[in-house]
Structures are given as structure tokens and as C-alpha cells.
Design a protein around this ligand. Structure first.
Ligand SMILES: O=C(CO)COP(=O)(O)O
Length: 254
């Protein structure tokens, strides 16, 4: 069975004080979470706080992006080696906000996945269609392209064997509109099938998270779907109680 993963993507929110409070709230409440793996992804400057406060706990942490370059003259970028240095387990790669606001292409995203995996980090590869693409009936085409950018690499299967995929329909992110469990399941099953066409074992083990307005009120039914193995949580991850409630919903479906 696949262990549920509940990961908080804190995006560009918080301060030293707020981040420490949130980390503490999750750390104190985590005792009630039995089965789900729990991870948080604060902004880069606060990774040191995650390292300070979460080391020695079962809570993992990661970054929201990573440079595709090893090191050198890349002003403003943060390398996989640096993320390792701060004890990160995960790096979210190819979030739709980075595709949109930072013009990240599939090729760049694929390279970033290779880079983080080469440094022992687990990439969380985000895929998902816009509302327009869904309305045009192009959902499968778009998510197949996003997934294919990694899956079709010479080392693609190996990367997915080590990685996590997150299906995040762009129209559901931060909008309060969640994909129905059936809509999400359909895409998750499609993604798993694409991997299974290359390797059934990798497909069976691959964790595919759902992201997009997941909250305590809908987490249980989303994660009850056969191919939904957890969540990548935005807004609801900024409140410890809500985030922990989603983690417990993951337990219930483990
Ligand atoms: O983008 C997301 C997680 O990466 C989802 O954000 P929301 O949960 O705020 O919709």
C-alpha cells in the first residue's frame, strides 16, 4: 500500500514569528497523526527554522522550488546542494504558479527534477490543466505532456520511482473550487496508467497527491479515491489545526 503524504505548500507567506508558530503548532499536534507522512514546504529563508524545529521529529520538510543548476553565477537561485544542507527531503517542482509567473517550461522542470533527485531529494512534480484547457477537453493531453516531460526522459522511470506527482488543476488552486473526487480520481487514474504503460511496479508504488482547495471538509472523500494518495495543501496548510485535520483524514484512508 502507498503511505499517504500530506504536504503543505506555504507559498510566499509568513514571517519568522508566524513560521515558528506554525511549525510549533504542527509539531505539538502531530502526535495524533498515525499513518500519514507529513511534510511542510516553507519559503527558502525559513528553511533554517524548519531544520531547527523539526529535526528529530517525523515531520519532513522541503522547498517550493530548486535551481536546475549545480552552482555558480545564477543570481537569486537556490541549489539542490543547499537544500540538502538544510536537511530538506522534498522539493516541489513545476508548480503552476512557477510555470505561470516564472515562465518555467516542461524542459526546465524536467531538468530540475533530475537535479534534485541527483542530490538525494524527492521531487514533487506538479501537473495540471487550466480551466480553459479543461473546457476544451484537453485535460488528459495537458497532464500527459506535463508528466511526459519527466516520464519520457532516459532516466524518467527512475525519477518517478523516487518521486511524487501532484495533480493540481489550476482552476482549483486558491479558488475554493475543488475538483470533485470523481474528477480528480479520473485524472489520477489516467496519470497512473501512463506510468503503468512503461512499468507497472513503478506505477503501483507512485504516490499521486491532489492539490487545489483541499481542506478538512473535503480531504476525506478526496483521499478515499483509489488513486489519490495524499494532498498538496496551500491555504489550509497555513493553519496548524486545519493542516493536522487533513493529515488525520489521510490516516483514515491509509
Ligand atoms: O497550489 C496548491 C498547493 O501547491 C493548492 O493551493 P490551495 O490549497 O490554496 O488551493
Amino acid at each position: 500500500m502507498r503511505q499517504p503524504l500530506i504536504a503543505g505548500n506555504w507559498k510566499m507567506n509568513g514571517s519568522k514569528v508566524v513560521t515558528a508558530e506554525l511549525l510549533n503548532g504542527i509539531k505539538v499536534g502531530i502526535g495524533d497523526v498515525r499513518t500519514s507522512e507529513v511534510a511542510v514546504c516553507p519559503p527558502f529563508p525559513y528553511l533554517y527554522l524548519a531544520e531547527e524545529m523539526l529535526s528529530g521529529t517525523a515531520i519532513r520538510y522541503g522547498a517550493q522550488d530548486c535551481s536546475r543548476e549545480e552552482d555558480g553565477a545564477f543570481t537569486g537561485q537556490v541549489s539542490a546542494t543547499m537544500l540538502r544542507d538544510f536537511g530538506c527531503t522534498y522539493a516541489i517542482i513545476g508548480h503552476s504558479e512557477r510555470r505561470l509567473f516564472n515562465a518555467e517550461t516542461d524542459a526546465v522542470i524536467a531538468r530540475k527534477c533530475q537535479m534534485v533527485a541527483a542530490h538525494g531529494l524527492t521531487p514533487i512534480l506538479c501537473v495540471g490543466e487550466t480551466l480553459e484547457e479543461r473546457e476544451q477537453g484537453r485535460t488528459e493531453e495537458v497532464v500527459a505532456r506535463h508528466l511526459g516531460a519527466v516520464l519520457d526522459l532516459p532516466d524518467g522511470l527512475n525519477l518517478l520511482a523516487k518521486g511524487v506527482v501532484a495533480y493540481e488543476p489550476v482552476w482549483a488552486i486558491g479558488t475554493g473550487v475543488t475538483a470533485t473526487p470523481e474528477q480528480a480520481q479520473e485524472v489520477h487514474a489516467f496519470l497512473r496508467q501512463r506510468v503503468a504503460e512503461k512499468d507497472t511496479e513503478v506505477a503501483a508504488k507512485l504516490r499521486i497527491l491532489y492539490g487545489g482547495s483541499m481542506k478538512p471538509g473535503n480531504a476525506l472523500e478526496l483521499m478515499a479515491q483509489a488513486d489519490i494518495d495524499g494532498g498538496l495543501i496551500g491555504g489550509a496548510a497555513l493553519k496548524a489545526a486545519d493542516f493536522l485535520a487533513i493529515c488525520k483524514a489521510g490516516d483514515a484512508n491509509a
